[in-house]
Design a protein around this ligand. Sequence first.
Ligand code: PLP
Length: 401
Amino acid sequence: MDPEFLPDHEGLAHALALLGKDFAATQLHDLPTALPEEGLGSRAVLDVLGPRILGRAARLGEPTAFAHMDPPTPWVTWAATLWNASLNQNLLHPATAPVAREIEARVIGWLAPYFGMEGGHMTPGSTVANLTALWAARECAGVDEVVASQSAHVSIAKAAHILGLRYRAIPVQRNGAMDADSLTGDLSRAAVVLTAGTTSTGAIDPLEWAGRAAWTHVDAAWAGPLRLSPKYADRLAGIERADSVAVSTHKWFFQPKESALVLFRDTARAHAAISFGGAYLAVPNVGVLGSHGATAVPLLAMLMAWGREGLVTRIERCMSLAEEFAGYVSSDARFELLAAAASGVVVWRPTKPDRFEQVLLGLPPSAVSVTTLEGVRWLRNVAANPNADVRKMTEAISALV
Ligand SMILES: *Cc1c(COP(=O)(O)O)cnc(C)c1O
């Protein structure tokens, strides 16, 4: 047996030790410029790569990480991901992934009802989930047009393009939510996409519009997990009347990338419409992907480790952090808040335009991001990190304006 395919316990322990070390940021220019002819050996390569990969990476669980929709991941997902990498199961083939297929079905079975959906499958992100859902819409409902708001994620226009569907953008209100009064015209051959948590501002489209078109897809990539919180579930009321829903589990479900759900109200019908058989396939290949890994395993591990309560506690903590930060911004004349934060995204700017760059450049990396709305640049904070320290943020900001 080639030992490279067996666990080297010391090597793995060393990798773990490196993960906990504080490296200075190192550039990558001393990596080989061409494929090395001879190998360094696996243990040696850890010491070469550790500082280079771990030293310069953003740490998403740090108190000042408050910029993007990428969360820190709980350690139990690292352990499950290690098992996944080692087993390398492929859900395309039941024979090599008997457990993984059952686990995915189980997790989907737990989560789909929160969205009023019946089932679905996992994808590597909501970009693919949105494409998959709109593909099903085209096959099942014969739609020839995709209608979404001007704030919809770029993956919606991309999916329409790939699927050969017309794309129509509906105007939005100041907060970034779809202006439903503009959702006019014949929708009998349209897939309407409503966004629950727009990428720029976290706005939630009027979901009571779900069910009025030939197909309704809710892109809940960001805010979907609020459905598990009794406190916030109502913000997404109406989602249960959608035909399909996308949720990125690598956002507010704290999963390592790439992990997302595409859910359907009528799974059998949707899956049948997007399935292909093949000579070497024991079961039909459902959806966009061919080979795909057991991304449900770390999700199952975390959901069992934390329970719904543990997950919701962390999501609600993120929501409170955003509310606290929005409160700070709105109560100080040095700042302007775009709108109330519907789903943990706070969009704001210094009142004096010349302070914008000062704040942006003065804050630590991954503390704040930028979004441009109608040609105007705003600062954007996203509460994906339950460890974020709002006091630290506001003190740093206050010193810069
Ligand atoms: C992040 C996001 C997407 C894309 O999801 P990925 O998981 O990054 O592929 C789509 N829609 C919205 C609203 C998002 O926030």
